[in-house]
Design a protein around this ligand. Sequence first.
Ligand code: SF4
Ligand code: SF4
Length: 354
Amino acid sequence: MTKLKTQSLHKRESQLANAKRQLEILSNGIFQNGELPTFKDKIAESSQFPLKARKLEILQINVGYMCNQVCEHCHVDAGPDRQEIMTKETMQQCLEVIKKTEAHTLDLTGGAPEMNPNFRWFVEEAAKAGIKDFIVRSNLTIIKANKKYADLPEFFKKHNVHVVSSMPHWTRGKTDKQRGDGVFDKSIEALKDLNAIGYGMPDSDLRLDLVYNPSGAFLPGDQASMEKDFKKALLEDFGIRFHNLFAITNLPISRFLDYLIASENYEDYMYNLVEAYNPAAVANVMCTNTLSVSWDGYLYDCDFNQMLELPVNSNIKHISDYNEALLEGRNIVISQHCYGCTAGAGSSCQGTVA
Ligand code: SF4
Ligand code: SF4
């Protein structure tokens, strides 16, 4: 089994396991004393406040915070000790929405979504709705974690699932540093399994994309050139192919915020995010076309707001009361973590946005 590098903030009983404490840090200090502008003031400079939700295009469902890994920068604070798991009843409520929404993308995430005991049932039922792009965010190592997960590539293929997986680097050292000892080797094995049945092949409809996020307190480089480097290295070293690389900025919340504070990089990182602020990225931040559903069915503007316990600004709070028309046009709930989505070319679960 993969040796875990660390424990969740919850398990460690860290004060940063508390969302309110994280929001205090993000609101106080350099933002309270005026050294840096708040995100609200910044987007107001270009008349983009309040940020509004447009028509729903992406429904992202977090089916639980349990994970077989404990990655250093996880914004979910996921790990084997997390008990928050979506019930079948809440999944049923999600399915009602999946059947009627006109969103083109369904995005299942976690934790390791595959660890939810009803994951396969949910995927089978959701696939029947025929949503154009059905994403499962798989951490890859889960495929190799236990025999009962070994057939996941075939299962994904059967339901035409688009697999999106984190891979912080093409070298063992950098990957294992961020995601835990042994993660790189297991990820490579899992990618080979996916390639072997057609995932990631140049003309294949079986989509396999990788996600890169920086391993330290710096912003990602250019997505297109990184994709080239990743493709070259993974093909030459391991014969592995994939379609696209999404470069994602680490947002200053949860375990990455803990890392920034512990390494005394918090203020410098926030300065970098604010300096790299790109007003052109604001119009397309993912909360403008996405809705995030938590393991217990509550609605959030994005997965980050979910982890900060900032619910949607709407009378519709829960998936059981879902009403697309009423949710459209709502004001997005923002704080200083949002600078992570507007730095440079912008960042979303689908990579750059500007
Ligand atoms: S980043 Fe993904 S794989 Fe790593 S602990 Fe978090 S949910 Fe699990
Ligand atoms: S963190 Fe969430 S709410 Fe803030 S800009 Fe990014 S997607 Fe929108």
